[in-house]
Design a protein around this ligand. Structure first.
Ligand code: NAD
Length: 437
């Protein structure tokens, strides 16, 4: 379920999010009981919308001191103000801001000397390892929310540069299998559909672009690309996938989508909507912007800076005209000028032009973040990148199964000693059983 931006005031939206996060509350209650976070400073760096605000308040209830950082482009200013009014330190703009605002706020939350961080994109962890190294004296660890944040941490860990333990929450099964796949797929496709809906936008000049019957090119077939493809197809789009990993490209073909091997493929001529789901810089390069046909719509589901090479387009003489707050027309310097439409200025469309992922998956992601904080406090991890404890994953999933579906986790008795079957005779596990009975 989505919260409709602007439907009510920010306090109401935070309160609504608060009531819809039962797993987060259950784990926050546990943390409160254990006292593990009492008196600790926890810095939260996440897109600042009502669900994040509710997480910050739940964390505060554990006895932690909490501060939130969010970049200008990822902040709902009304939520920032409402959260600040409830006594949480907010390093995010309650109004307009600039790149300097972001730099000041990021430095500000680190100078507050958090003990623990929930980071998203590893922005704060990387800042702490470069321009704010003093922070590392007191920082005990961090939990990283997303794929594009884990990637630089993998590199830093391999080079021996990571000076604190970081848990790759993104890679927990209770995060990536739900948030990246289901939540982001759903929220990005619905955000794009809303932005292109002619009923929502009467009188516009943009050609009608229903999802049904349109050709969508999804670039990248990781969990996010898979989710986008799945939800677009469910709404009637014809989906093409461009994926550079041949195994994932093959998986896309088995999932029933068309697979193109490069932007030169003739099928790219038919594309109505391009979605980048890579989190890789310049995925939609100037060559693809030039290649697609007039009126193609381009959006980002991944969400790093310049995932669409609008900087190159600008340098090559393309001009931009804002049509609607989250829809711009980019004109190529050709005669006649070709126009392509870019959604949300090339930012992640679900959190820039809508209100992020459904609360059910964010409850799961936040619950996973809380067990990661517990692991950091309890387990005394070495500096480096760590997976989440698998027992904690199972605990979170069982909790959510019970809370949302009234089901307890399946309890099938196994021989705890030799669950892999090594204790059985070598001849077992044939594909066809020859029963001796
Ligand atoms: N918008 C959101 O709310 C949200 C939520 C979760 C994750 N994300 C972000 O979405 C991005 C994707 O996440 P994921 O977990 O699917 O990542 P992933 O790394 O598992 O998958 C990305 C895929 O893109 C492919 N790829 C990269 N560059 C390519 C190119 N130029 N052409 C074709 N294929 C290319 C890679 O081979 C890979 O298979 C990340 O940046 C992640 O942080 C966004």
């Amino acid at each position: 379920m989505f919260v409709t931006p602007g439907a009510d005031n920010a306090d109401d939206r935070i309160d609504w999010a608060w009531t819809a996060m039962p797993a987060t509350h259950a784990l926050a209650d546990d943390l409160s009981g254990s006292g593990l976070l009492r008196g600790r400073r926890v810095g939260v760096s996440l897109v600042l919308e009502p669900k994040t605000a509710a997480l910050a308040l739940a964390l505060r209830d554990t006895g932690a001191e909490v501060a939130v950082f969010s970049a200008v482009s990822e902040t709902d200013p009304a939520v920032a103000e409402a959260l600040s009014a409830r006594g949480v330190r907010v390093f995010a703009p309650g109004g307009a801001g600039s790149a300097e605002t972001d730099a000041d706020n990021a430095a500000g939350i680190l100078d507050w000397h958090p003990d623990l961080l929930i980071d998203d994109g590893s922005h704060l962890v990387r800042l702490a390892h470069t321009e704010r190294r003093g922070t590392l004296e007191t920082l005990r660890g961090a939990a990283e929310e997303t794929t594009s944040g884990v990637r630089p941490l993998v590199e830093m860990a391999a080079e021996g540069e990571l000076r604190i333990p970081v848990i790759a929450v993104n890679d927990a099964r209770t995060k990536g299998l739900f948030d990246n796949l289901h939540g982001t797929g759903q929220s990005c496709v619905l955000a794009i559909a809303d932005l292109l809906d002619p009923v929502e936008n009467p009188g516009r000049t943009l050609p009608r672009r229903d999802v049904i019957g349109a050709v969508w090119l999804v670039i990248g077939y990781g969990p996010v690309g898979q989710g986008v493809a799945r939800h677009a197809a469910a709404l009637g789009a014809q989906v093409l996938v461009l994926e550079r990993d041949p195994v994932r490209a093959l998986a896309a073909a088995h999932d029933g989508y068309g697979v193109v091997s490069s932007i030169a493929d003739p099928e790219v001529d038919t594309v109505d909507v391009v979605v980048s789901a890579t989190g890789v810089w310049h995925t939609v390069g100037l060559d693809l912007l030039t290649r697609v046909r007039e009126d193609t719509v381009i959006a980002v589901a991944g969400g790093i800076d310049d995932e669409i090479a609008l900087d190159d387009a600008h340098a090559a003489g393309w001009t931009v005209r804002r049509v609607e707050p989250d829809l711009s027309a980019w004109s190529a310097p050709a005669t006649p000028a070709k126009i392509v439409y870019v959604l949300a200025d090339g930012g992640g469309v679900n959190y820039t032009a809508a209100e992020g992922n459904p609360i059910e998956v964010m409850d799961l992601s936040f619950a996973t973040q809380l067990v990661a904080l517990r692991q950091l406090c309890r387990d005394g991890l070495e500096p480096g990148l760590h997976p989440i404890d698998t027992a904690a994953e199972a605990e979170v999933a069982a909790l959510v199964l019970e809370q949302r579906m009234g089901r307890t986790a399946v309890d099938i008795p196994t021989d705890p000693g030799r669950v892999g079957g090594a204790a059985q005779h070598w001849s077992t596990h044939r594909y066809r059983s020859e029963s001796s009975v």
